[in-house]
Design a protein around this ligand. Structure first.
Ligand code: LLP
Length: 433
């Protein structure tokens, strides 16, 4: 199997950086997310450097939703990252992590008045998703007598090869304003007293394993950029969103995932040429989430029992409460028996979680070495949309997260306790003794 850089196999055990995963499971308990920090730093540097080969003005905004642990946000902030934030929680995490407000973009198709007010107060640019939202921003800025820089989210209306639930730039998507309606939106914004339109935003989808759709979207967006420039908009940034996929399939029929170098080679010439034609020099913004953190992390889960019936089930202690991607998007994640990492495959197993639903399957029909209770299974590529989408379903506390950096290994989030599960519960008066 083609392992990500952050993993290796030594003496039959799976290692994340310097840490023996079997030892980690014993020391910290399972389920357990294990993240290699060095991998994330290297990823950020590589992504930024390759874009900077084409233009000086580049800002990488980490998509905080992929993994919003404030420790990792701090890691990326120290490298110079900004963030795409989609909620006040993500905004707070980004600011607390040390990201300056000017490097943040507040995104979202359904913002509350409180979201808008807080973003304006904090001096954060807003990606506006509708004319209704624009008008609300106008009212709020007039009340606050405070300016705000905005961009509109443009829907480039292109089909992308990914799961339909995460294709966002298609014609019937809820996100953004269609390109043909966008000129009027900018015209309206230009006339507002405290609203300064300086940007444009798009995001075509996630886990995209081809670079052409990004280049096509860039072309559409740069045409719009030229038109709004004629209208009088002075573009400071154009944000192309995230979406670059990672190779979840690493064995037979491995995914052929594009690299940031491939992405840049396809997109940047279109951007540079678009800028030249329009006579503008906005910064190139991009919002990778999955690519930045996906491969950095594994999920360790312990085998409770093995059941041989019409097929062989491996019942583990992590289910879709901990990693929902397989159940939600039929996503494929490689699994490795961490304590038998170089043993020969001995059978076909289906790895299932402890949740009371048939769909609680982490990995279906996989060839693995002989599996037994007590073994530790590693689910690969769990750094993006793993912990951040986990829940307490079936009254199961969320698990801990550990950070590995060189030879250092420490918790970056403790496991929740049973007390945490009911911390927010309030008994109505007639239920109190
Ligand atoms: N920017 C915007 C506006 C987004 O909506 C997203 C992801 C990103 C950037 C980052 O996209 P990425 O580089 O990570 O592909 N939960 C799903 C993925 C949902 C993506 C939502 N938006 C999954 O587990 O596959």
């Amino acid at each position: 199997m083609n392992l990500p850089d952050s993993l290796s196999i030594k003496n039959g055990h799976l290692f994340c950086g310097s840490a023996d995963c079997v030892g980690l499971a014993e020391k910290f308990g399972t389920p357990l997310y294990v993240t290699n920090e060095n991998h994330i730093v290297e990823n950020f540097k590589r992504y930024e450097a390759v874009l900077k080969k084409y233009t000086d003005k580049v800002q990488v905004l980490y998509a905080a939703k992929a993994n919003e642990n404030p420790v990792l946000i701090q890691t990326l902030a120290r490298e110079g990252a900004g963030a795409d934030v989609f909620s006040l929680g993500e905004m707070k995490a980004a600011l607390d992590g040390g990201m300056p407000p000017e490097k943040l973009l507040f995104n979202g198709s359904s913002k509350t008045p409180e979201d808008l007010r807080s973003a304006i107060e904090a001096g954060i640019k807003i990606s506006v998703d509708s004319v209704d939202e624009l008008r609300q921003i106008d009212e709020i800025t007039k009340e606050m007598k405070k300016t705000v820089k905005i961009g509109f989210r443009v829907n480039p209306e292109i089909n992308v090869p990914t799961h339909p639930k995460i294709a966002t730039g298609i014609k019937n998507s809820k996100f953004g304003i269609p390109a043909e309606m966008i000129i009027d939106s900018y015209r309206e914004a230009l006339a507002m007293e405290y609203v300064i339109p300086v940007g444009m935003h798009c995001h075509i989808g996630s886990q995209i394993l081809e670079v052409e759709p990004f280049a096509i979207a860039c072309g559409v967006i740069m045409n719009v950029a030229a038109e709004i420039t004629k209208l009088g908009v002075k573009l400071e940034f154009v944000d192309f969103g995230g979406g670059l996929g990672i190779p979840y399939r690493r064995g037979k029929n491995a995914d052929n995932a594009p690299t940031p170098e491939d992405y840049a080679a396809a997109v940047m010439p279109v951007f540079v040429e678009g800028c030249r034609k329009a006579g503008i020099s906005p910064a190139f913004w991009v919002e990778p989430g999955r690519w930045m953190v996906g491969e950095s992390t594994i999920l360790l889960t312990k085998v409770n029992s093995v059941k041989k019936v019409h097929k062989t089930f491996v019942n583990v202690d992590a289910g879709f409460n901990i990693l929902i991607r397989p159940a939600m998007y039929d996503s494929y994640h490689e699994v490795i028996v961490a304590n038998k990492a170089d043993a020969k495959d001995a059978g076909v197993y289906t790895v299932t979680g402890p949740i009371c639903e048939t769909g609680d399957i982490l990995a279906e029909d996989r060839e693995l070495p002989e599996v037994a209770a007590g073994d530790v299974i590693a689910v690969l590529d769990a750094g993006a949309y793993g912990y951040s989408m986990s829940s307490q379903y079936n009254s199961r506390p969320r698990c801990a997260e550990v950070l590995v950096n060189g030879d250092k290994v420490e918790l970056m989030r403790r496991a929740e306790t049973y007390e945490d599960l009911t911390r927010a519960v309030v008994y109505p008066s007639w239920h109190r003794k």
